[in-house]
Write a new protein. Structure first.
Length: 168
């Protein structure tokens, strides 16, 4: 637990661009919510390799959203069912099912469809929220924490030593 907290603080205090950290969170969210192993997951992993994102933060968020997905799966499955069974969209789903690529994406699985819709809906709000929070943290909170007496006392503690080891 202390190691995870220290790692998170390391990301926030690093000199990395908030854009890169926010992208890591978004990709971690997307990979964590994507059920099973599909071509969509492979495409997301390939995009991570191309885009500069913090891989350590991505893996941390990925694990977090795997747990969230486990809890949210019933709701995501229901969302996918509603979307796939909507009468006005039946012709679209039928034409996509005829394509080999779309068949490989498993879009006709209710959980995959619901998760994909959730990822699309959450991507931009999460990106901008995380980016703003990182900037605000660095502007206002980071220096304030360094001035607290308790922070100075913690510098001699086990948490700080773990934090220092992770930084080097």
């Amino acid at each position: 637990m202390f190691t995870i907290l220290a790692k998170l603080l390391q990301f926030l205090n690093s000199n990395q661009n908030p854009h890169q950290l926010a992208l890591a969170v978004c990709f971690g969210l997307a990979i964590g919510l994507m059920p099973g192993f599909s071509i969509l997951l492979i495409l997301l992993l390939m995009m991570v390799c191309v885009i500069k994102a913090n891989l350590s933060l991505l893996v941390l968020v990925w694990g977090l959203f795997e747990a969230v997905a486990y809890i949210a799966d019933p709701a995501l499955q229901q969302l996918g069912y509603v979307l796939l069974s909507a009468e006005p969209l039946q012709s679209i789903w039928f034409s996509l099912a005829q394509s080999n690529f779309w068949a490989l994406t498993a879009f006709n699985n209710t959980l995959v469809m619901g998760s994909t819709l959730a990822i699309i809906a959450l991507w931009l709000p999460v990106y901008f929220l995380i980016r703003v929070l990182i900037v605000k943290y660095r502007q206002k909170i980071q220096d304030t924490f360094k001035q607290f007496k308790i922070t100075q006392l913690l510098k001699g503690s086990k948490i700080f030593h773990i934090y220092q080891r992770l930084g080097n």
